[in-house]
Design a binder for this molecule. Structure first.
Ligand SMILES: Cc1ncc(C[n+]2csc(CCOP(=O)(O)OP(=O)(O)O)c2C)c(N)n1
Length: 666
């Protein structure tokens, strides 16, 4: 077994790395698509990392104290697939590698979390992986502070490309990591000077080393093809008191006779001639997918390196008095006690009937949640007093001090969202973080990835409509709810009052299969659910909140417009038009209900009028042919929020008029 202390021999590392190169070339050629350049360029550095430093055990890929490895440049996916195969993970098999990029293979175009053990996160959109890694490193520090170094003490390694570092999100991630002194984060930058269009100098002349240092990182340079140099750099990184960047000078497509060092190596099948030439230079057997004799055995032996460390860890963890707590933390279980306490809060709110912004009730719910759970880690992108995300019972995380549970993300919405994904992927943390709903656009790529991966991340988005008021159209979300509802596997919940707000939090915590976005109002809303009901009524997505016999009209509202619908109902009832109100906090949960339930809620034989201070898109399916929509048809306007509502005709009277018009036409 190779130890970390054994400096690598160049010839040996090259021989091992060439196996990655061979598999990559053949897989890309067979698929007639893919990206050989990065795996061939970074094969040597990755081999040093995996054979000397990375702590992992293919027989237990979910070992909680393993080092995390993130291939941020997901286009180089064959690097990861080759490594997982060579190291002896349960997948991919060689056959699956031969079917790289085919629908029946887990070796997807870009690494997909959940397709294979060892893929710690889904990457492909550049910049996301390195930003997830910041969250993973943060999660490790937080759990280490709670459970001790004996149980949690590992590193997060990243391979990042020029593209990763040119993306704006990398700025947010790098400065976050530097600020919080995430010393366990080590980035290997594939410094190959090549992007798709050509030389990096076409579009970028920034000094990457100085950029990282300015953000509070330590850095070093190395020849990414020199085993000794990479070993030296990684050794230096082990004892750093800051996050660490290793700039690995490499040649893209190392080994290709004509494409190496050029943008032609970046992607696409290189052609058989190029492959034959590369195999000859590298000393690889000419047959497709063939490895040099003895190389697979060598790699498999490397795959066994971590077994001892894992066994020792298991012994320590088993003997720890915190064993059960650690297991429950990593499993992310929610104790029944929380349900009981949230039930009490619901009952209290139903009795007290507060007239308050749902963001404020959200804080009340969070206070209960943070009191019972130790796994929640909150934060905000510099809108803490507005998002109401910091409860009194949790303290702030400070640079180098991870005893707290609240992160000041700074004005870094995108970095925050991606870091939250990283924390959820790491395990042991339920992250929630806030900004204004209008800035969900700044988080969207990370929200989308959370939805693809199916991870529990809770986005707290307050100021959820023109109810923002004076800040005006730039700050008033209009199309955002529609745009967010378009993301598959994202629960978008817009609770209508205090009681539904508690229910929304319950649903978000219970949703372990994907992210949840909670949209909360800035402005005060009345409590409509004043009856004590133990059941989580929001769980079905929509329900009748106010009924009547022989209804002619069904008003459907979400969020702050539920109260408005209730006012309209009073007016209609006064006019002798029997009207019921449906609260619809979550479309996608409603869509999952049996047809009979949906029909009954939407009110067969009534006309439907939906009211939401957002755009109409999508509402047609609930309001039907004769139904109406009262909402926004343009961007908002600056003014006191009540005036803005009036200005855009989102009023109880407008709803009444719409209902009467709909009845006339039906
Ligand atoms: C957000 C995002 N934009 C664009 C792309 C398309 N793309 C894939 S790789 C790449 C850049 C290639 O340059 P580099 O990152 O240096 O990788 P290398 O050529 O060294 O493999 C681009 C623009 C992407 N994957 N993600």
């Amino acid at each position: 077994m190779e130890s970390n202390k054994t400096p690598p021999e160049q010839a040996e590392i090259r021989r091992l790395a060439n196996a990655i190169r061979g598999l990559t070339m053949d897989a890309v050629q067979t698929a007639k698509s893919g990206h050989p350049g990065l795996p061939m360029g970074m094969a040597d550095a990755a081999t040093v990392l995996f054979s000397r430093f990375l702590r992992f055990d293919p027989t237990d890929p979910h070992w909680p104290d393993r080092d995390r490895f993130v291939l941020s440049a997901g286009h180089g996916s064959m690097l990861l697939y080759s490594l997982l195969y060579l190291l002896g993970y349960s997948g991919p098999t060689l056959d699956q590698i031969k079917r790289f990029r085919q629908v029946d293979s887990p070796c997807a175009g870009h690494p997909e979390h959940g397709h294979l053990p060892g893929i710690e996160t889904t990457t492909g959109p550049l910049g996301q992986g390195i930003s997830n890694a910041v969250g993973m490193a943060m999660a490790e520090r937080l759990l280490s502070a709670r459970f001790g170094d004996d149980i949690v003490n590992h590193k997060t390694y990243v391979i990042a490309s020029d593209g990763d570092l040119e993306e704006g999100i990398s700025h947010e991630a790098i400065s976050l990591a530097g600020h919080y002194k995430l010393k366990n984060l080590i980035v290997l930058w594939d410094d190959n000077n090549i992007t798709i269009d050509g030389d990096r100098s076409l579009a970028d002349s920034s000094n990457t080393i100085e950029r990282f240092e300015a953000a509070g990182w330590k850095t070093t340079l190395c020849d990414g093809h020199s085993a000794q140099e990479v070993f030296r750099a990684l050794t230096e990184a082990q004892s750093s008191d800051k996050p660490f960047l290793i700039a690995c000078k490499t040649v893209i497509g190392f080994g290709f006779p004509t494409r190496a060092g050029t943008q032609k190596a970046h992607s696409d099948a290189p052609g058989q001639e190029e492959i034959d030439g590369a195999k000859k230079t590298l000393g690889l057997p000419p047959a497709a997918f063939a490895l040099e004799d003895g190389v697979l055995e060598k790699w498999r032996a490397i795959g066994k390196r971590g077994a001892e460390a894992r066994a020792a860890w298991t012994k320590r963890a088993d003997a720890s008095p915190m064993k059960a707590e650690f297991a429950a933390t990593m499993a992310g279980t929610i104790p029944p006690e929380l349900g009981r306490q949230l039930g009490e809060l619901k009952a209290k709110l139903a009795a007290e009937k507060p007239n308050a912004g749902t963001r404020r009730t959200s804080e009340k719910a969070l206070e209960v949640i943070n009191g019972v759970l130790k796994t929640t880690v909150g934060g905000s992108a510099d809108l803490t007093p507005s998002n109401n995300t910091k409860t009194k019972n949790i303290t702030e995380i400070k640079p180098g001090d991870f005893s707290g549970r609240y992160i000041h993300y700074g004005i870094r919405e995108h970095g925050m969202a991606a870091a939250m994904n990283g924390m959820a992927l790491h395990g042991g943390i339920i992250p929630y973080g806030g900004t204004f709903l209008v800035f969900s656009d700044y988080c969207r790529p990370a929200i989308r990835l959370a939805a693809i991966m199916g991870i529990r991340v809770i986005f707290v988005m307050t100021h959820d409509s023109i109810g923002v008021g004076e800040d005006g159209p730039t700050h008033q979300p209009v199309e955002h709810l529609a745009a967010l509802r378009a993301i598959p596997n994202l629960l978008v919940i817009r609770p209508g009052d205090a009681v539904e707000t508690v229910e929304a939090w319950e649903l978000a915590l219970a949703n372990t299969k994907g992210p949840t976005l909670l949209a909360f109002s800035r402005q005060d809303v009345p409590t409509v659910r004043s009856e004590k009901i133990d059941q989580n009524m929001s769980a079905k997505g929509a329900y009748e909140i106010a009924g009547t016999d022989n209804a002619k009209v069904t008003l459907i509202g979400t969020g702050s417009e539920v109260g408005l619908a209730m006012e309209a109902r009073d007016l209609l009832n006064k006019d002798g038009i029997a009207t019921r109100v449906v609260s619809m906090p979550c479309w996608s949960l409603f869509d999952e209900q049996p047809a009979a339930y949906r029909t009954q809620v939407l009110g067969p034989g009534t006309v439907q009028v939906a009211v939401e201070a957002g755009v109409r898109q999508g509402w047609g399916r609930y309001t039907g042919q004769h139904g109406r929509f009262v909402g926004m048809h343009s961007f908002g306007a600056s003014g006191p929020y009540k005036d803005v509502y009036k200005h855009f005709g989102i009023t109880p009277q407008a709803v009444v008029d719409a209902a009467k018009a709909a009845l006339k036409n039906s």
